[in-house]
Write a protein that binds this ligand. Structure first.
Ligand SMILES: Nc1ncnc2c1ncn2[C@@H]1O[C@H](COP(=O)(O)OP(=O)(O)OP(=O)(O)O)[C@@H](O)[C@H]1O
Length: 602
């Protein structure tokens, strides 16, 4: 249990830890008043049942004299009000404490989730290559919530209830030590026995729920993310059957944990009722008569009214923390797997590289993916002149995308260097370099927003510059389509994942997006490979318009795409094996010439 507290503490920031200290102080004050409420009932009931105690008891006599009351009746009424005052104050403090505790923990869903996303975003691109995005999303969206509501909040409430229970027991010990010790021993002992029985199954249920929930999210994301393939492949039933076991398991394990949480409550009622009989017999024995025992009985009854639910809640909090320790461990492992979180990797660099004047030079680049046995790039040297249009071609797996990812500054070469106008690209200046590049991937991710917001992707609505959006759309050959064919022009919603746009239109939105920040260099990574010849032609017209305005790097499967390039690099097995203009390569390079002859001319 101590280690669970330590782990929970470790997911809080130092500011949150300080806040939790003040929350603890408030809990102690609340407990003080709760115990005071129980203690103050004794003198009130004593005076009520036998007014003569006002003179017999030293403390009551002093209080009576100090109050200056004229009659014992008035004093009794005042005592009643005092008791009610303490009791009401304890209720108000209880409500305040609950509000503070719930607010503190629910806000942690927000802050821990945000810190986690910040941690993910500040990781290098390489880090993401070995991660499943569905697991990252599940951790942020589901597991953080699970840990906070089923582990952190119970932990806080456990501390609060334990302090209240301790304070109440101290008061009871003062009132009647024998009764306090024996009844506490029976109650706490019964809970300890139950906990010992259920702790292992609870951990098992929690671990199975955690794993099943990850699987549930993964299958959901695959199914909905690939809905087109699912529909075409008639895989609906298949996907449903893959989803249902993990979904069933998640629910089932949660049911088991909840029932185990609840059952001891019934068992404890049997213990308590058995105990009441014993207490009454004891009181009759110890105080001679029931009327003599009335003040003590009232105090114990009143304390039990708080103590029993508090003990039951303590038990539930402990079991909840226990059954969620797998989720907490998962979250901690995820936080630890993050390399240092650096703000510099999150902020937009203030400046960008000076305009490209001469060339981008890759010199002897070697790169190996973390888990791969073979190098993906084996000494690649490439020169891309300013305002040139360069093509990268080669068979699948030859290293084109890896080369582009190095140019994009996403992968740091294992050896070799990249220079931009003679300046070496280093971790310090790579983000400025990235600001100079516009990138168009093979599949454009379209957000469920307007055309304008999709072109100015990632910006807040008030940051979008309409003139830049229109300029980029004109360059991408999209402006006429947007203004004449779309009902609300640039303010037309594209629909989730761009389903209302054709493949060619989506790709041109991608090009407009890449051009929005007016980059020097435009990189298209198989941006037209998924399009038919006719649609590709329309997209390539947009690219042609940019020739001699921008430096362009094109990765292409189809050689027709790179026909107009100033220079083409042919890659094979992580190396550059040919270089030249299209016709030069057809003439001089057997591999290229074979590729060209195998492809119908566009
Ligand atoms: N994330 C990765 N982890 C390990 N190896 C990888 C990874 N991505 C690519 N590779 C390997 O690196 C080599 C080069 O891959 P790359 O994607 O650069 O080729 P490509 O020419 O772009 O291929 P394609 O035309 O199919 O996209 C391949 O052998 C590939 O298997």
């Amino acid at each position: 249990m101590r280690s669970t507290f330590r782990k929970l503490f470790s997911i809080l920031s130092s500011r949150e830890r300080r806040t939790s200290f003040w929350m603890f102080v408030l809990i102690v004050i609340g407990a003080f008043f709760e115990a005071g409420g129980v203690a103050s009932i004794i003198p009130f009931i004593s005076v009520l049942s036998d007014p003569s105690v006002v003179n017999e008891n030293v403390w009551l006599a002093r209080a009576y004299a100090w109050s200056g009351m004229e009659s014992v009746e008035a004093f009794t009424i005042a005592m009643g009000f005092l008791f009610l005052g303490v009791f009401f104050t304890s209720l108000v403090l209880k409500a305040l404490n609950q509000w503070v505790q719930i607010r503190f923990s629910k806000m942690r869903v927000h802050s821990v989730g945000s810190r986690l996303l910040k941690g993910y975003l500040s990781q290098p691109y390489e880090w993401f290559l070995s991660r499943h995005t569905s697991k990252l999303a599940t951790t942020i969206l589901s597991e953080v919530n699970q840990v906070i509501s089923k582990s952190l909040l119970p932990a806080i409430q456990l501390v609060a209830q334990t302090i209240v229970v301790t304070a109440l027991i101290v008061v009871l010990l003062i009132i009647d030590p024998v009764l306090a010790v024996s009844s506490t021993a029976v109650l706490v002992g019964a809970y300890v026995v139950i906990y010992m029985v259920v702790r292992r199954p609870l951990y098992r249920f929690g671990r199975r729920r955690y794993l099943a929930n990850l699987e549930r999210y993964r299958v959901t994301q695959e199914t909905l993310g690939g809905v087109k393939e699912v529909k075409v492949g008639c895989l609906e039933q298949n996907m449903l059957e893959r989803f249902m076991p993990s979904s069933f398991k998640t629910a089932n394990e949660e049911i088991k944990a909840s029932v185990v949480n609840m059952l001891p409550g019934h068992f404890m009622q049997a213990v308590v009722f058995g105990g009441v009989v014993g207490v009454l017999l004891y009181l009759k024995q110890a105080y001679g008569s029931m009327s003599g025992a009335l003040p003590v009985l009232s105090a114990f009854a009143f304390a039990a009214y708080r103590l029993l639910p508090a003990l039951q809640q303590i038990f539930r909090h402990i079991t909840s923390m226990r059954s969620n320790s797998a989720a907490l461990d998962g979250l901690i492992a995820e936080i630890r797997s993050l390399e240092s979180v650096s703000d510099s990797r999150l902020q937009e660099p203030r400046s960008r590289f000076p305009e490209l004047k001469q060339c981008i030079k890759l010199k002897g680049i070697e790169y190996g993916y973390p888990a791969a046995s073979e190098m993906a790039l084996k000494g690649v040297s490439v020169t891309i002149g300013a305002k040139e249009r360069i093509g990268l071609v080669g068979s699948s797996g030859s290293g084109k995308t890896t080369t582009v990812d190095v140019i994009l500054g996403l992968l740091a070469p294992t050896s070799g260097n990249m220079f931009v106008d003679g300046v070496k690209i280093t971790p310090e200046n790579v983000r400025q370099w990235q600001r100079s590049i516009g990138y168009v991937p093979q599949h454009i991710f379209l957000a469920d927003e307007t055309i304008a917001a999709n072109i100015a992707f990632g910006l807040k609505p008030n940051e979008i510059d309409r003139d830049s959006v229109i300029r980029a759309a004109r360059l991408a050959n999209l402006h006429d389509f947007i203004t004449t064919r779309l009902p609300e022009g640039y303010d037309t919603e594209v629909g989730e994942r761009g389903v209302r746009l054709s493949g060619g239109q989506r790709q041109r939105i991608g090009i407009a997006r890449a051009l929005y920040h007016d980059p020097d260099v435009l990189i298209l990574d198989e941006a037209t490979s998924a399009l038919d010849n006719q649609t590709e032609k329309a997209v390539m017209e947009a690219v042609d318009k940019l020739a001699s305005q921008k430096t362009i790097v094109l990765i292409a499967h189809r050689l027709s795409t790179v026909r107009e390039c100033d220079r083409i690099y042919l890659m094979s097995d992580g190396q550059v094996v040919g270089e030249g203009r299209f016709d030069e390569l057809v003439r001089d390079n057997a591999e290229f010439s074979a590729m060209a002859s195998g492809e119908p001319s566009a």
